[in-house]
Design a binder for this molecule. Structure first.
Ligand code: SAM
Length: 276
């Protein structure tokens, strides 16, 4: 029987965020493919895990993918980890996951910390919809172009950013997305975790006043005030209410359930259902 590819999340700064299941899987697999074996070794040592490791990073993933596929097809179960957080989220792993799926292999996520989701959940900004854009381009012109394109989305935007670029990025935000609420989530899960909430200019002023800016950071931009929400999909709302009625719910119970799932007021779903 072929092996299973486990995609395992690891802590983003606080070792206590490692799940019991992640520890068990890393202990049980034959091999762990790591973005940086030395970095992962520290984690494995902390948990007394002795599993063999192999490097899997952006410079060798094309070469390494067929080797790992052979191991999986030969019956070995493998784990994929990155330096921190969820692999594939601005981290290597996509080639291997896609190739494993193409071969009909099982790919099993072992969920856990990811900076984007942790930052979003505690940001206080609307969480649905949100758009995760990873890292912005390092050069000013393409960076502004990307921000201009994203501005029209009108939803919460989530980026990863490096400390040496944060002030320039905030300056671009002032120019392109002026007035929108901004949250800078820094050093999440670590001793000096903090959330700076304000606008691009107020946060930039705060960082200027501090002089040096250090640490890992995730940047979030809220939707513009009064941004139109995407209109509800009337046909699908009616169909889901009908389905729940067929399943035995009363119309009002079905309306309530669909309203809750859609984040819509009950009276709005009622209006949609009754106006057919
Ligand atoms: N795969 C990881 C995840 O799921 O969060 C992200 C990897 S990406 C290469 C690393 C970037 O994530 C950092 O440069 C920073 O922008 C963000 N990040 C990672 N750890 C963080 C933390 N503890 N606090 C805030 N942002 C963090």
């Amino acid at each position: 029987m072929p092996g299973i590819l486990y995609v395992v999340a690891t802590p983003i700064g606080n070792l206590e965020d490692m799940s019991y299941r992640a520890v068990r899987i890393l202990t049980e697999v034959e091999l762990i493919a790591c973005e940086d074996t030395r970095q992962t070794r520290k984690l494995l040592e902390h948990y007394g895990i002795r599993t063999a490791t192999v490097s899997y990073h952006e410079h060798n993933e094309a070469r390494r993918t067929p080797e790992l596929l052979d191991r999986l097809l030969g019956g070995a179960s493998l784990a994929l980890v990155s330096d921190a957080g969820m692999p594939l989220v601005s981290d290597p792993g996509f080639l291997l996951v896609r190739a494993a799926i193409e071969q009909g292999l099982r790919v099993v996520p072992i969920p856990g910390p990811s900076a984007a989701i942790a930052a979003l959940a505690a940001s206080g900004l609307p969480t649905e919809p949100f758009y995760f854009a990873g890292f912005l381009p390092a050069k000013p012109t393409p960076r502004r172009r990307v921000l201009e394109q994203l501005a029209s989305l009108g939803c919460t935007l989530v980026f990863y950013e490096a400390p040496h670029r944060i002030r320039d990025t905030l300056a671009d935000l002032e120019a392109v997305l002026a007035g929108r609420p901004v949250v800078l989530a820094r050093e999440l899960t670590k001793m000096h975790e903090e959330f700076l909430r304000g606008t691009a200019s107020s946060i930039r002023a705060e960082l200027e006043a501090r002089g040096t800016v250090k640490g890992e950071m995730t940047l979030l931009i809220g939707p513009p005030a009064g941004a139109p929400q995407s209109p509800p999909d009337v046909a699908s709302i009616r169909e889901r209410v009908r389905e729940l009625e067929r399943a035995g719910l009363t119309r009002m119970e079905a309306i309530k359930a669909v309203a809750r799932a859609e984040g819509l007021p009950k009276r709005e779903v009622y209006r949609i259902v009754e106006s057919r």
